[in-house]
Design a protein around this ligand. Structure first.
Ligand code: SF4
Length: 217
């Protein structure tokens, strides 16, 4: 479990200090360089007192029990139920986002439900779900919350399913996918031009994540 600073803020590992006094977040290839108090593009990670913290720990924007085929996974416990949840914010800026109200939310009110990792795992079990999905917005940005929830799920025999755009750096990627049992990684297009113009990201890191996860399976 990650170290709490407040009830919904945790310390993070993937950052380093720059010579000009800013802190660079090294979780995703956007590498936001943040002044004190400034938030990254994903909104939920912030430079607070010379460290990068995650500010949406234990808070969810919504829950649903879905068929696993809706994630969409066709060969992972077919016919089973999955307990889906997400938070707010995103590290891409896709112009076509269908979950824009949570992915681009700048209101912490979007994060209405208090949900500790153990409570999510227990609820999934009580609802007869075989797995928990980290979805709606990209779990890359709520890395610490997702990893702790996956750990709580594993302790109860509940599987973990990542639904992600795969825009993440290698070290956090390895920590995250060590805890995942299945993944749907969106490849949004085949060209760097599309990624740059429409998502505000780059294609190569996503291809790296796809190769990494295929190699793990
Ligand atoms: S995770 Fe957020 S703060 Fe960190 S580099 Fe990516 S967009 Fe920026």
């Amino acid at each position: 479990m990650h170290q709490r600073i407040t009830s919904d803020t945790v310390a993070t590992r993937y950052w380093h200090a720059l010579d000009d006094g800013r802190i660079q977040c090294d979780l995703c290839p956007r590498f936001c360089k943040l002044h004190d108090q400034q938030r990254g593009l994903c909104f939920v990670r912030q430079n607070l007192d010379n460290q990068i913290v995650m500010t949406s720990y234990g808070r969810s924007s919504g829950f649903a029990v879905d068929p696993i085929e809706k994630k969409p996974l066709n060969h992972f416990y077919p016919g089973s139920a999955v307990f889906s949840f997400g938070t707010a914010g995103c590290n891409l800026a896709c112009k076509f986002c269908q979950n824009w109200d949570i992915s681009k939310s700048r209101e912490m009110d979007t994060l209405m439900s208090r949900a500790e990792p153990e409570a999510i795992a227990k609820t999934a079990q009580e609802l007869g779900c075989k797995s928990v999905a980290y979805t709606y917005n990209d779990p890359v940005i709520f890395h610490e919350y997702a990893v702790d929830t996956a750990e709580a799920c594993r302790a109860l025999g509940i599987k973990s399913v990542a639904v992600s755009a795969g825009y993440v750096c290698p070290e956090p990627r390895a920590e995250f996918y060590r805890m995942m049992d299945a993944a749907n990684i969106d490849l949004k297009a085949f060209t760097e031009r599309f990624y740059h113009k429409i998502t505000g990201g780059h294609l190569a890191p996503v291809l790296d994540t796809l190769q990494y996860t295929v190699g793990k399976s």
